[in-house]
Design a protein around this ligand. Sequence first.
Ligand code: 6PG
Length: 395
Amino acid sequence: MAASDNRHVITVPDAKALAKAAADRIMARIAANGDRVAICLTGGSSPEQLYQLLATDAYRSRIPWDRVHWFIGDERFVPADDPRNNMGMARRIFLDLCAPASNVRPIPTDTAQPQEAARRYEKELQSFYGADGLDSNRPLFDVVLMGVGPDGHTASLFPNDPALEETDYWVVGVPKAHVEPFVPRVTLTVPVLGSCREMLFEVSGSDKRAILTRVLAGENLPAKGVSGSGKSTIGDRLAERLGWKYEDGDKFHPASNVAKMSAGQPLTDEDRWPWLRAIADEIDRICKAGEHVVIASSALKRAYRDILVHGQPDIRIIYLKGPQDLIASRLALRKNHFMPPGLLESQFRTLEPPDSSENPVTVSIDDSVETIVDDILRQLGLNPADSGTNSGNRS
Ligand code: 6PG
């Protein structure tokens, strides 16, 4: 499956430099918006140094405090003055010293249940935004800060939790946290966190190495979901409808490629060949076992796809086709990470759309996930009910 990814990794030597890099990104976003600015903070320990830095004269004196509004992406459902309260931490370190009280917008935790707090915060966000539906051309936040937990959670979106799938509500209560502190949570949902000009993940320390490697390798974890592109959603759903296996192509990168990507270096074609061959080997392995698989990968060039298909007529390319402006606005609305201008443009320059000699299944992405998947199934001539006996299509 071909589609566009956008992700930019900034690597710095230590936690101090990480705080400075994040502070400078925030300052750049504030400078770029001469109007009301909305910043969504995060909890956990990773942003503490950043918050300390924002309170120092060097930054404090340059922030136009009266027009910057501070929100929080998730909250532990404990009183505002409990040391575990996320906004409480940000307030103690910098907001109470610097920001006007009316610009500090915590998630309330004085309701009987997290769900009521979620409804109240949703109203507050919608009234700030001036609408109860998100417009892809008008992001809610200028910057959304995020962290990555040991299980790949981000905000309070935990692996396999229903909150992760929520697309109607802006904010939801999460009755059970999967990691410490084990208190109920309230979290903004994926489309709302994704409605931002820039999403910044701060991840530091050797204990984060393992989970970061998994996220960067494309494993289906919440922290990846927020930054992924349409192909994973469609691929995952297609596989689910067919009862097939789903794999993210990024998972097959050799360690050297993951290291390069982590260091923010672009991959060359030489780097890509072993990766593409590993995917092709995996397809062969699965087929030999009599199974079927859907693999998502941004195979932009014909030469890449030729390696994946390696002359096998039952390996099919599904091309998710969409105009650049639609993809740009989707990325901005739903799953934006950190979108350097020009990245999508350069991907479109690289893209060699599959032609008829590749016998692709081409679907328009300007539709709902279910409709797109229906279209793919129709073009493949596959009916989910009989997919178990049909070995005709495997990718
Ligand atoms: C929370 C967070 C959570 C956090 C990650 C990373 O309430 O705990 O918002 O998503 O960002 O768990 O936490 P650390 O920064 O402490 O590693």
